[in-house]
Each structure stands twice: as C-alpha cells, then as structure tokens.
Design a protein around this ligand. Structure first.
Ligand code: PHE
Length: 330
C-alpha cells in the first residue's frame, strides 16, 4: 500500500490530484474496495482488519491534504507572477487636445466685445428669406443678392449666408438700445483658396436713440478692435456698398506680411481687407418697426482673421482636420 501514498505525492497539478482522490477515496475507489473485503474476513480478525484499514485511510487523507495545500499554494504563486503589474513602467501618455484655431480666434473676438458690454446673440442656421434678405433691405430680384451665392431648400428656406439675420431677430424681440454681437457659421456656394461653403462670421450691431450713434463711434471701436487683434497696424476705411447699411465701408489693415510694402498676399496693394461695416439703413429699422433710432453694424469673417493671425495660406486646410496642422496650435 506504500505506492498509494506515492500516487498522491506524484500528482503534479490540482487536476492530477483530483483524479487520484477519485481513484483512492471515490465510491468505486481502491479504499472502498478494501473495505468491501471486510465481509470475507473471519469474525475474530475483523476488528484488527478494520483498524488497519482506517489507519491507512487516515494516513492517505493526511498525505492528500498536505499535497493539496502545496499544489494550491503553487497555483496561487504562479497566478500572482503571471498577473503581476510593474507600476513603475511608463503608461500611454494621453494626447492633450486644443481649441481649433478658428474657435480660438472666435473666442478672442467675442472677449473683446463682451468686455465692452455687448450681448452675445444666437439665431438659426436654416433661415427664411425675410430674415436673411428682405428685412435687410435686399428685396427679391435685387442684384445685390448675387453677392451671396445661396443654398436654398425646396420649401423656400435657405442656409443663412451671413450672421446679419440675427440682427433682425434680436431687434424684433428686443427694444433699443441694443449692443450685440452674433457669432456663428454661415453658408455660401463657394470653394477655393479663400472660400469654403461653410465659414464663420461675427456680426455686430449697436442701436440707440436718433443722433446717439455715429460713424465716428463705429470707426473708433473698429480701429481699437483691429489693434487688439493684429497689434500695431494701420487701419483705413474705404467707401463700399452693403444693402443694409448707408453709408457703408470696407475696412483694411496694412498688410501684416509685408508691412505695407506690397506682396502676394495683399496683391501688391499693401492692404488687407478684414471687415464690412456701415450706418444701419433706415429700411432695416422700418422692417423691424423701430422708429427714431440710429445705429451701426459690422461683420467679419473669422477664418480670414485666423488665417492672417496664424499666416495660414489655404483656408481649406482649416477644415481638413489634419492633426499635423492642428498640432501647431497647441
Ligand atoms: N453681412 C455682411 C456680409 O456678410 C457683412 C456686414 C455686416 C457688412 C454688417 C456691413 C454691416 O458680407
């Protein structure tokens, strides 16, 4: 019976030990078979036989338990080793994101006007003809509508071509005085080096009692704003036309690439156009039911500002989502 204990000792895994357990202690196992022999043992010897078997069984059980403890401890040890984590190793460093240059520029613009107590207004991107054109003194069939190639929906709705409809919406819902800006995306059928079908504008509008708002006010705020954005540049106002303002002007800054010398970016003029503005046309006030007021308005393209501030040559690259470009603005 020596070799029975040997079986236990030689079991080299918990599975193997389990098989030995069944073989020895199971209902049809070796020990059960030994006990079954009891009935053939003559009466007087039964006691000694039983005692011998019980002792042997107890010894085997002890050996079994000892082996079980050893194997179990080895298993835990192996598990701990295989699942060990070296906490001193470097992990994956998370990439830090950053604001898109267009949004960063937009925020900078908004900050300027918020500091001057302008409210920030919002409006829908899907507009109707009234808010985007009619109320802005752009009647149907007016040739100036060609200035803005429009995306139309079949039901007559359209994607707003500028943020000016937000002026109209704000004036319809509030009484003067008004000092507001409207930042947002706008849409035009255009696509080349300096145009994308979607871009961002910031619109500004100031309305107060008649005689309180002048072109001089408009000029002083825009000159200060452009210095805030571009630093020490020269600013000039050029007469221009917008249906919703009269008089109207376009605003140029001295070229920040060649400092006015003339280069490719400024088409050798020394100037870069950055803003449209003017005194609000009386027809616009009529459309929203305002009387005895005066006001000025201005509008600018955020992408253009971002391009100039960061010297980005192709507007489209701002929308390609190329990480190599965006990483430069972290
Ligand atoms: N809405 C004009 C445009 O998109 C910009 C503008 C706004 C001009 C307000 C004058 C006054 O071109």
């Amino acid at each position: 019976m020596e070799n029975l204990e040997e079986k236990i000792i030689q079991a080299d895994s918990l599975e193997a030990l389990e098989r030995v357990r069944v073989e020895l202690f199971g209902k049809k196992g070796i020990l059960a078979a030994q006990f079954a022999k009891m009935k053939d043992v003559p009466g007087p010897e039964k006691k000694a036989f039983a005692e011998g078997l019980n002792k042997q069984k107890a010894a085997l059980q002890q050996a079994f338990e000892a082996r079980y403890e050893t194997l179990k401890a080895e298993e835990i040890e192996a598990l701990l080793k295989s699942e060990a984590i070296d906490v001193s190793l470097y992990g994956q460093v998370a990439q830090k994101g950053a604001l898109h240059p267009v949004m960063e520029t937009m925020d900078k613009i908004i900050d300027y006007f918020v500091a001057l107590n302008f409210s920030v207004e919002d409006g829908p991107m899907v507009e109707d003809d009234f808010h985007n054109f009619e109320a802005l003194n752009l009647p149907k069939y007016h040739p100036a509508r060609d200035m803005q190639d429009t995306f139309y929906f079949r039901d007559g709705g359209l994607l707003r071509t500028h943020t000016s409809p937000v002026q109209i919406r704000t004036m319809l819902k509030e009484k003067p005085p008004i000092r507001m800006i409207a930042p947002g995306s706008v849409f035009r059928r255009d696509y080349d080096l300096t145009h994308t079908p979607m871009f961002h504008q910031v619109e500004g509008l100031v309305v107060d009692e008649k005689g309180k708002v002048s072109f001089a006010n408009l000029k002083s705020i825009l000159v200060d704003f452009l210095h805030y954005m571009f630093g020490d540049v020269e600013v000039r106002f050029r007469p221009s036309f917008f249906p919703f303002t009269e008089p109207s002007a376009e605003v140029d800054i001295s070229c920040i690439f060649c400092e006015g010398e003339g280069c490719r970016v400024c088409s050798h003029t020394g100037w870069l156009e950055v803003l449209g503005c003017g005194i609000v046309d009386p027809n616009v006030f009529k459309a929203v039911g305002y009387e005895d007021v005066s006001g000025y308005a201005f509008g600018l393209g955020v992408e253009r500002f971002a391009m100039l501030m960061h010297k980005i040559p192709d507007l489209r690259s701002l929308f390609e989502g190329d990480i190599r470009l965006l990483e430069q603005f972290r």
